[in-house]
Design a protein around this ligand. Structure first.
Ligand SMILES: N[C@@H](CCC(=O)N[C@@H](CS)C(=O)NCC(=O)O)C(=O)O
Length: 235
C-alpha cells in the first residue's frame, strides 16, 4: 500500500520491481485509508505511514525495509551493499522530510492544490465545498511530520549527490546501479517531478513539488535522472 506520488512509495516500488518481486499495488489516501491500513497491519494506535508491504503474515513497513526485503528475495546484490547505501538513504530521508513539509505548506496556501488532492476522493464539483477536509488533512500531515525537518537537508543531499557522481564517473553513486541511486533520484521529485505516475500530478500539485531555482542550479542531476530513466524501466 502506498501513495503513487510519494517518493518513499516510489523507492519501494522501484526496489521491488528491480528485484523482480511481484506485488499488487493499492493506493492509500491519507486519513481516509488509515482505518483500513490499521486493520490490515493490526496496529490500532501510534503512527502509521506508507509504504507498507503485506507479504503473507509479514508486515514490512517503510521503504528501507521493503527494499531490504526485496533484495533478500532476489537473493543477490542487485540493489548494492546496504551498508554502503545506508548513508545515502539517510540523506534522502532528511531531504524528503524537508521537501514534504515545504509541499504541504505550499498546498495549504493554494486552494487549487487542495482541490486536486480532494479530487482523488470526491467528485470534482464537491471539491470546492469540501475544501476544508483537504485543508484539515494537510494540517494533520504538517503536524505529524514537521518535527523531522532539518532546514537545508534538501540542498545538502543534492550537493553530495553531485559530488559523488562526479567522483564516480557520473552515472552511479556507488560505481554501479544500486539502491543509493534510487534513494537520490526520488529526491529530485522535490525539484522537478518526473516520476511516471498514475494519475499524474495535477498542475497546482506539480507547482507545490517544483523548485525552479534548484532545477536550474542542479540541471546536471536532472539530466542524470533522465539518463537513468531511459536506461532502465522504472515503476
Ligand atoms: N521512513 C518511511 C517514511 C514514510 C512516509 O513518510 N510516508 C508518508 C509519505 S507523505 C505517509 O505515509 N504519509 C501519509 C500519512 O501519514 O497519512 C519510509 O521510508 O517509508
Amino acid at each position: 500500500m502506498g501513495e503513487a506520488f510519494s517518493p518513499w512509495t516510489q523507492k519501494a516500488r522501484w526496489a521491488l520491481e528491480h528485484c523482480g518481486v511481484a506485488f499488487a499495488y493499492e493506493e492509500y489516501v491519507p486519513t481516509l485509508s488509515e482505518p483500513r491500513l490499521r486493520w490490515r497491519i493490526r496496529q490500532w494506535s501510534g503512527r502509521v505511514s506508507v509504504p507498507v508491504l503485506l507479504a503473507g503474515e509479514q508486515v514490512v513497513r517503510g521503504s528501507w525495509d521493503i527494499a531490504r526485503h526485496a533484495a533478500r528475495l532476489a537473493g543477490d546484490d542487485r540493489l548494492g551493499d546496504f551498508e554502503a547505501v545506508a548513508p545515502w538513504n539517510d540523506l534522502s530521508e532528511a531531504a524528503l522530510a524537508e521537501a514534504r513539509t515545504r509541499v504541504v505548506l505550499r498546498a495549504l496556501e493554494d486552494p487549487a492544490a487542495l482541490d486536486e488532492a480532494s479530487a482523488a476522493v470526491f467528485p470534482r464539483p464537491l471539491c470546492r465545498p469540501l475544501r476544508f477536509i483537504a485543508r484539515d488533512a494537510a494540517r494533520r500531515l504538517d503536524r505529524k511530520y514537521r518535527h523531522l525537518v532539518v532546514p537545508g537537508s534538501l540542498r545538502v543531499a543534492l550537493e553530495r549527490t553531485r559530488a559523488a557522481l562526479n567522483a564516480s564517473g557520473g552515472e552511479h553513486l556507488l560505481g554501479r546501479f544500486s539502491y543509493a541511486d534510487i534513494t537520490m533520484v526520488v529526491v529530485l521529485e522535490a525539484v522537478a517531478p518526473a516520476a511516471p505516475i498514475d494519475p499524474p500530478l495535477g498542475p497546482a500539485t506539480r507547482r507545490c513539488w517544483s523548485d525552479e531555482a534548484l532545477a536550474e542550479e542542479f540541471a546536471d542531476l536532472l539530466r542524470w535522472r533522465a539518463r537513468l530513466f531511459s536506461a532502465r524501466a522504472t515503476p
